[in-house]
Write a new protein. Sequence first.
Lengths: 152, 574
Amino acid sequence: MENRIEILLDKYSHSRRDSLIPILQDIQEEVGYLSEEAIILVGKHLEMPTSKIYGLATFYNQFRFEPKGTFHIQVCHGTACHMLGAVSIIDFIEKRLKIKAGQTSRNGKYSLEVVPCIGACSQSPVISINGEYHSKLTAERIKQILIDLIGE
Amino acid sequence: MQFNIEVNNRIIEVRKGETILSALFRNGIKVPTLCNMKDLSPTGACRICVVEVEGKENLVTSCSYPVEESMKIKTHSPRVVKARKTLVELLLSNHPDDCLYCERNGCCELQDLAIDLNIRERRISGKKSRHKLDLSSPSIVRDPAKCILCGRCVRVCDEIQSVSTLDFLNRGNKTIIGTAMARDLNFSSCINCGRCVMVCPTGALHEHSYLDEVLDSLNNSSLQVVVQYGPAVTVSLAEEFGIKSGKDITGVINAALRKIGFTHIFDTAFAADLAVMETVEVIMQKLETGEGFPIISSCCPAWVKYAEQFYPEVLSYLSTCKSPQQMLGSIIKSYYAPQQNINPNAIYSVAIMPCLAKKFEAQREEMTHKAISDVDVVITTRELSRLIKMYGIDIHNIEPQTSDTPFGARSSAGKLFGTSGGTAEAILRTLHHRITGKELNSLKLQDLRSVSGIKEIPIKIGGKVFKVVLANGLTGIEKLMEGIQNKSIDAHFVEIMACPGGCVNGGGQPFKSGEKDIRARIRSLYEVDEVDNIKASHKNPLINELYENFLEKPGSDKAKQQLHTCYTKRDVLL
């Protein structure tokens, strides 16, 4: 992985701090997440402290610090979804999968991400599992979806 | 360029380009702030410094707003005061309610502001922020629940100390101050200097206190509790008791420590003399071949950790001499204990230091002999004042006493270790004697005093030039390190202090002290030097006695075993 990141950084050989976000986006695109090694390499490349890179990356929802699971669950937390119970959906999934938003389960199977708005407000509350949308969720439906996903 | 503005119906003169706040301060108009710090970039984070500017719809943060010609400002109009009060109430809405138990109770800027604004009830109640207390570091405790996100620690760590351990993590109401990868402080690049603790307006960053351990050992009759105090402590403690800033109260401290029950009281400045003797020996050996220069001081533990992390390439230049604290700790257990027929295990060695990094240093593996720590615990000047108050000692009415032999007498050169430039001055006095056989004409090396930033200073010794570089604080240290690595700086001795001003301005010193107090402390150290009879380390009779009875001579195998060490690269997230 280190190699892939180094090749990627070569493209930014004359870049300065203002390229930080595009670099991080490229790395996430390439590797799927921002690993500790990646942050160290970027820090060396841009001569920036890792604390500043980590600080910036945690500011944005788009960056993740653990690899995605086999099943990547995105829960919409836009205004409409929020009004119709996104918080309790997040709570439920977190408890059921025993992971917090932004984390990946230990077996690497499931990961959970809270995203600002998926853009399907009329269908809210919405989640997406590996790009497949589940809309107008109720407590019953989300329960069933998780049973289908992981079994009883 | 200067022009006038109107503040509270009064005309004041301001300079173009300065902020409203700095103009107000210069003209003696007080506006409260929780995030502003002199010489650091303004952020407008706390918004407490808001003022009303005629013609502007919203209140403006005076710390980040530049003055404009013919401005009309109100600093305490009803609207402004109400806004400030609401801002503080909002800060308090999720703040823990444990002021009575807080480390900063009585010296908390948020508390002071709440009192000033007459906030007497919790009008706004928010969800309390729940965060884990970070106790991992031996020096600094991080309590994010008390953090008001002013960002002072972030700026001081980055802009003054060049360390950048801390930054804002996450966003919105989830924002906290943290380290890279949200690690605990002990696993981060923190150098334990404690500058962040000194600037924190609340109890979110405070020292890791070891007072309970000291009290337990004092109450344990099978232990002999030995204590040493650093040179900067004696000129700083007075402020905690309302005595004039900078007054040297060594004798009073001796008497108080004896009353508290410490069995042996030693002065770390004695060990500073020892460090001078050893360092001079190292310099003499290198002067013979002319190689291996520069020698970089290693008495500041924060700087040592900085070097281990950021510039492992220069570690070979670091003086192998331990810091005075550790030298004294080492000889207390290896020489003094057997001499007094005490089992070293039955000695509890306490050091009182103006520093938080010293707490870390005492726990280093390099600072142990046969799994016994040379110094068991380090407390700060602030903790000492608490200890004295706890024991009900009235230091205004106590007869000064002397410290104990054999490590009680010091030269005033050893005392100078407490300020930036002092270490170099002490070393040069003895080095001059070693090289020429004569004392310096004037022992006062004015060039080494009150240096700001990083400066090269050539000193003439016996017809030859000895080049000294002083780094008063870590600001701009990168350039110095590069210069040393590519040999563009050909110094003989480099003294580096992590805190601007040196130990007198350390992270363990009284809160609420300003630049004036720090200057008073420095002046006081030089005054001690002025009136002292023994002004150079090699003239300290007890040092010579110690070499005769135990260490043989500077640089002997025994001295190397007890007083020297070496440092290795430290792997942390930079």
